[in-house]
Design a protein around this ligand. Sequence first.
Ligand code: ACO
Length: 271
Amino acid sequence: MTMTDETVAFDVENGIAWVRFNRPDKRNCMNPTLNRRMMEVLDELEYRADVGVLVLSGTGSAWSAGMDLKEYFRETEAKGLGAVRKAQSEAYGWWRRLRWYGKPTIAMVNGWCFGGGYGPLFACDLAFAADEAQFALSEINWGILPGGGATKVVVDLLSMRDAMYHALTGELIDGRKAAAWKLVNESLPLADLKARVTEVANILLKKNPIALKATKDAIRRVGEMTYDNAEDYLVRAQEAANSHDNEGRKEGIRQFIDEKSYKPGLGAYDK
Ligand code: ACO
């Protein structure tokens, strides 16, 4: 099934929801309409039985040119603080929703990725970029600091030196450098990007979905915990997952121990 409007488009195909920023004429920059629409689309797709993985990409030459400087900044600021806070909460809201999404998510960075775009980039669990993609924290180029979480994103993902250089200079880096800096998992030629993302999505589609959600949340949560707190959280998280999924892991053990039909060290059990 396909849905297209002026800000967001998506197709669902073979378990993968291909969601796209869809303002190619504006290089997919995020205006308030897009931010509201993206939240609705995330709502619509999250618990659908035919969606196992969500991929976020952009129509045209951009992934996203960040926030819309005219509609998100200038026009909203002209309406006063209430409008600014509302626009922020709509943008930050869908990024937060994406960070804790019920399904695994992949950023497929096909082109330009600036500033505010680092919010949804970080929100996606995995990220694959075209070698040709271009990334920058361009805030410094027009006189603000990288807000909306962008500073936090680069400090969490990059070394302190790379984060500082990136934020202070506003210089572009390409997909290869983004991968070397660990801003994305991998970079590969644009012509091969979709095939690689499909391959990774298909790996995820074979896994137990309850375990995927528990695992992605655990990876994000434990980074801020002491070892002992993490150990405790992980026991509780697994026990909570067990209560949603009494059969999945038992079936995984059964196929390995009794049926000898697969080896967990080499791949996933047959769901
Ligand atoms: N906000 C508002 N409009 C934008 C944005 C943006 N972030 N990015 C592109 N557009 C608009 C342009 O104004 C232009 O509109 P027009 O056709 O009505 O004149 C249209 O999109 C196409 O943009 P061009 O600049 O003509 O496209 P080009 O391919 O030559 O350049 C590039 C692409 C490099 C992305 C350029 O548009 C650009 O620098 N955009 C701003 C990137 C940026 O710094 N974003 C803000 C980051 S900071 C933050 O998000 C908080």
